[in-house]
Design a protein around this ligand. Sequence first.
Ligand code: 5GP
Length: 212
Amino acid sequence: MSDLQKNRRGLMIVLSSPSGAGKSTLTRKLLAENENMTMSVSATTRAPRSGEEDGQDYYFVSKNDFSDMIEDGEFLEHAKVFDNYYGTPRGPVEQALMNGKDVIFDIDWQGAQQLTQNASMDLVKIFILPPSKRELESRLHSRAQDSKAVIARRMAKSESEMSHWAEYDYVIVNEDLDKAMEELRTILASERMKLSRQLWVSPFVKQLIQGG
Ligand code: 5GP
């Protein structure tokens, strides 16, 4: 690819799904194979799960700090999910996009709606579905990170989450990880080629016409 063709706008890739549909695995794989992609790290008031690191999985903050961040306009979007608050810090996302990087967001449908209102031009919204309810429940159990009560609540919530599928640009059913990854790659490849994101075309065509 010529230097000219590298000149494109970064994508804001929203991945939403009910918990347990395999979104974190897909995100990890996508990041591993795309140098020019970064993950938006959200702030949350929920307690860290075992193995989660502050600043890497989330910024774990108090409810007071979260309210201050809202007041100071530090979030691109924020929402209450289950009993906790989650929000996307604005600064790192704007910085990454300015540097021509793609940014992945693991946020729920409420966040996707807010980003649609604020930043729709750069957005690609993808909803990940599990192949069946039984499979979703079994994945939540095998993750062994949450108590039985939390799992039951997440299952109950999954129905209302999944009802928002039509607000997304794409739906992927994650039955087979390799196939889901292939579908993700296909979506991203064609989204990146959209003319609105290819800033190099206009000067290139001008140069072609002028015979340079
Ligand atoms: P978990 O507690 O399992 O990490 O996340 C619960 C839900 O909150 C997931 O559906 C996740 O996508 C969503 N979530 C995580 N961060 C954010 C955020 O910054 N904004 C919004 N709106 N949702 C988030």
